[in-house]
Design a protein around this ligand. Sequence first.
Ligand code: NAD
Length: 261
Amino acid sequence: MANKSEIVLITGSTSGIGLAVARHMAEAGHTIMLHGLLEPAEGEKMASALAAEFDVRCGFSNADISTAEGARQLVSDTRESVGNPSVLVNNAGIQFTASLHEFPAERWDAVMAVNLSAPFHLMAECIPAMRDANWGRIINISSVHGLVASAQKAAYCAAKHGLVGLTKVAALENADAGITVNAICPGWVDTPLIEPQIKALAERENIAIDDAKARLIGAKQPMPVATNPAAIGAMIGFLTSEAAKTISGASLPVDGAWTAQ
Ligand code: NAD
């Protein structure tokens, strides 16, 4: 683990991978800023429950980070609620599938805004204080689609490849200040994000949900099982530790050998 109790801001942390990261980091004693598009009362309730379960401080913001102002609002909410983030996990992400020549322009803009521009704005907001402290950890949740392509995912692939490039630039620029910046590139992870694709296949082929899931995952991953989100939490625990202080600018696949092919 990191040396002391860090202040960990995780975007999109009220479900899926982000929530698993929040739980892992809370269990290790860190202060957590939860974030997601929930009603304030619901988000505050989640934050209080997490704080009570692990005896840590925990805040919540529902800032919409699809604009630069929203991203700035999230950092300002974090500073007000729990303090200056020393660990930033850019995890929030959305998906839309369509052929490139039929891709609605507004969906392209929305995917780019949340998956690529938000991490840019959040890093820009958080890096100056990390540089002042001569310590910081940034982890960007990209995807295997930051390393290879799939049909129907023009915006998602472009944004996730962009995030890998942005990670490398941030790592280079801040290597002098004890800040590491890495990307994690998951294949299939068991979260609400993948459910629509499983349901669509089950309906299209008239097969059971479990069969659709196995078929969908097995079509891409030599290991035909989804990653448990807790594994990503554990990776982030390691990347924020002293032992990982020279791992920077890396894009780490967690993909059942998908990108080894
Ligand atoms: P999820 O849908 O469970 O979580 C996404 C989170 O992002 C939610 O908390 C949601 O509230 C938040 N969010 C979305 N748009 C937002 C906005 N405009 N403003 C603020 N918050 C917003 O999905 P997940 O599977 O946990 O995905 C987390 C990350 O992991 C994403 O970046 C995704 O692309 C990536 N990823 C997921 C998988 C997978 O198989 N699940 C694979 C590779 C990469």
